[in-house]
Write a protein that binds this ligand. Structure first.
Ligand SMILES: [Zn+2]
Length: 719
């Protein structure tokens, strides 16, 4: 549902949202013109007016779309296309300076895989094997303004901005006001161009904005804009009053070589008196690069200045020379960008989805936007209060601003979870936009949708007669952590439900009796045959034997997730004991209630939900009909396990050769381990198979013990 890289939404048939593969020549031409206008304006605003009108993520997404259309329709490429350019042409207020050597931008990496590919590309280009040594430097990418300083005979004679890479602006007088930039350097080559980044510390930025506000002036959007605006003042007295800083990281024209390696050059720059970033590190391979990236990312908010990624460069300058450039970027360097966590986009529509517990969930349909390197076109809106600008306790959120269809909204992704809406820009709201009216009836079955006291969510009261709830329950029932029946996925369940073949879970286990002989047979259905039908029947037979944990999770009782199901199953051990306890329990009192709450991880809300499910007549009938078809296996009692992994938090990653991931997880849990999906400081052990990727890297960074599958099997051998 939360599609990545999905451009296929259609809004008013405009070409802006047509998938690139579907564009006609006319539409592509129109679209390139439209993108060129937007990007051109944004680019000018960004570089010239020092006030961005488009956020970076949107800009990048539009630029990529433009580039992709050009790949499909090369003949339509415009003269003003931005896809090959770096930065913007200089503004008119400053004298122009042609760079003796072009100032380039870097290619970008967004994922760990991109970094491994970068290394592989370089090795291939150089004819290096995997074993040939290849050092890299890794340094924070300062989010500021690039500057080129030209020294002749040790004297600073010129400072120029990057401009479009070929021609920049002469800001020599202003650069001389920056304390970090030496006016004279000793023992340097006769001609020596030093390049680096002008930036403003976050603390100085905050103080500057306070002064701006006190003086009735407009505050700057971020430290980068403040640095750019300050450096590009026509009056250098103003620049001098602004606390600008400088880091050196590269060079342009030089009359004589001054180092053999990137790291050696950095050390020399430091000797000459330039500040260099002390987080720069030599890395031996891409695993080291990614580890250093992660350690810098973790410290990002504490550095005192903004960075937007980590730059990797081949250390050996001779190799840099051999690698050279492709169009506008060097082959020997890449910028590994941090995810752009936030992006603004338009809310095209709000749709209501009905879940398996009847919850009406509002989903934002967005104009696609890149957030954290991923194109997002849907986001959750939680519930009606959230849309109205109220939080869980009735408090105001977003200062009470509500969200309406057509609004500009700020999207964010926390970790890898479903994108969310953080804020709304009501200054861009259409005057006719109406507040969103949340439906009081289920859009799927028409039953009343009510909100009970204390529930943030409006729920369909249709129960099992609601097709949305019934199909969602069935989909949950056949899901991976539940019955996991081969050949019976969400799609098949929907089709069987639509035709009345399966309406509740118990019907799955009578499918063979009803549809293997007679007038209607599964093998005669469209998309099915004798073989696939037999396969499904036998896959269903296999699942008549099911663990207590899977069964309990599969029932889809509100608040009872996979982990809770495991804890509850581990406690009661058998279906008979669990059923008896929940049938005789009273909500809020009695021995059965107390026993439920004694289970670690079970609270009053979950306990109530369990009791209600087992004591509601319709629900209970459905459960009993199902269980009559099953042979429920007892759970291993967790507290009795004595094993080397008992009580340990373990994580599996990569591929396993001798057992599936699901089996490995089940084994570990049977031995008393807690199996987690992600690495954290709490992880005790990582079991990494081939292709382990970023989890293994992270584990190394955190000093977590990592073993392979063989070592794991040896560890649990005989248990
Ligand atoms: Zn309904």
């Amino acid at each position: 549902m939360y599609a990545h890289h999905y451009w296929g939404l259609t809004v008013n048939g405009s070409s802006e949202t047509i998938a690139i593969d579907d564009l006609t020549v006319e539409q592509a031409d129109q679209e390139l013109a439209r993108l060129a206008a937007i990007l051109g304006k944004a680019n000018r605003d960004y570089h010239t007016a020092d006030a961005p009108t488009l956020d970076d993520a949107t800009f990048d997404a539009l630029k990529r779309r433009s580039a992709s259309i050009e790949v499909r329709f090369p003949a339509l490429k415009r003269k003003d296309s931005l896809t090959d350019t770096v930065g913007a042409a200089p503004s008119d207020g400053f004298q122009k300076i042609s760079h003796a050597q072009r100032m380039l931008s870097l290619g970008n990496a967004f994922t760990d895989e991109d970094v491994f590919e970068f290394d592989a590309r370089i090795r291939k280009f150089l004819g290096f094997s995997d074993n040939d040594g290849l050092d890299y430097t890794a340094e924070p990418k300062i989010d500021g303004l690039s500057l080129s300083l030209r020294y002749e005979n040790g004297e600073l004679v010129q400072a120029a901005t990057r401009g479009d890479g070929e021609v920049g602006e002469n800001v020599t007088l202003n650069a001389k006001t920056i304390a970090d930039i030496p006016h004279r350097i000793a023992n340097a080559p006769t001609i020596f161009e030093v390049r680096g980044e002008v930036y403003m510390s976050t603390q100085d930025f905050a103080a500057l904005n306070n002064r701006q506000l006190a003086a009735g002036a407009k505050p700057f959007a971020n430290p980068r804009n403040a640095a750019a605006g300050s450096l590009r003042q026509l009056d250098s007295a103003i620049t001098k009053s602004r606390p600008l800083r400088f880091f050196a990281y590269a060079w342009g024209e030089i009359s004589t070589a001054f180092a053999q390696t990137q790291s050696g050059a950095m050390a020399q720059l430091k000797n000459f008196g330039f500040p260099i970033n002390d987080l720069t590190k030599i890395c031996k391979n891409p695993v080291d690069l990614v580890a250093h990236y992660q350690s810098i990312e973790e410290r990002r908010s504490t550095l005192g200045y903004d960075i937007d990624g980590v730059v990797y460069k081949v250390d050996d300058l001779e190799l840099q020379k051999r690698l050279g450039f492709r169009s506008t970027t060097p082959r020997w360097a890449i910028a590994h960008k941090f995810p752009a966590e936030l992006a603004w986009t338009r809310l095209n529509d709000i749709e209501i989805q009905v879940g398996r517990t009847g919850a009406l969930s509002p989903v934002a349909r967005l104009a696609p936007v890149t957030v954290g390197g991923v194109v997002v076109s849907n986001a959750t809106l939680h519930n009606e209060d959230y849309i109205a600008g109220r939080g869980g306790d009735g408090e105001l959120i977003r200062e009470g601003r509500d969200i309406r269809v057509g609004d500009w909204v700020q999207v964010y992704r926390a970790g890898d979870v479903i994108p969310k809406i953080k804020d709304v820009d009501i200054s861009k709201r259409d005057a006719n936009a109406a507040p969103f009216s949340f439906p009081a009836f289920c859009p799927e079955c028409g039953s009343a949708a009510v909100r009970e006291d204390g529930d943030a969510v409006r729920r369909c009261t249709g129960g099992l007669i609601c097709p949305a709830q019934a199909t969602e329950r069935l989909k949950h029932f056949v899901g991976r952590a539940a019955f996991d029946i081969d050949g019976l996925g969400a799609k098949q369940v929907e089709q069987f439900y639509a035709d009345g073949w399966i309406t509740t879970p118990a019907d799955i286990f009578t499918l063979k009796d009803r549809y293997s002989t007679g007038l209607q047979q599964l093998k005669n259905r469209e998309g099915w045959g004798e073989k696939s039908a037999d396969k499904l029947f036998s896959a269903i037979e296999d699942k008549r034997q099911i663990s207590l944990r899977r069964l309990l999770f599969a029932l889809g009782i509100r608040h009872v997730g996979d982990a809770s199901a495991g804890l509850i199953a581990g406690h009661y051990s058998s279906w008979a004991a669990l059923e008896l306890a929940l049938t005789s329990a009273s909500i809020g009192e009695g021995a059965e209630w107390d026993e439920l709450l004694s289970i670690d991880g079970v609270g009053a809300v979950m306990a109530t939900s369990l009791i209600l499910a087992f004591q509601n007549d319709a629900e209970r009938a459905s459960i009993d009909r199902l269980v009559a078809h099953l042979n429920v296996q007892d759970a291993v009692k967790i507290e009795n396990v004595d094993s080397p992994v008992s009580g340990k938090v373990v994580v599996f990653t990569g591929t396993m050769d001798r057992m599936s991931r699901a089996e490995a997880k089940a084994r570990a849990e049977a031995l008393g381990a807690k199996v987690s999906g992600s690495i954290s400081a709490k992880t005790d052990l990582l079991i990494a198979g081939p292709g382990a990727g970023s989890k293994a890297t992270k584990a190394i960074g955190l000093g977590i013990k990592t073993i392979d599958e063989d070592e794991w099997l040896a560890l649990i051998d005989g248990l």
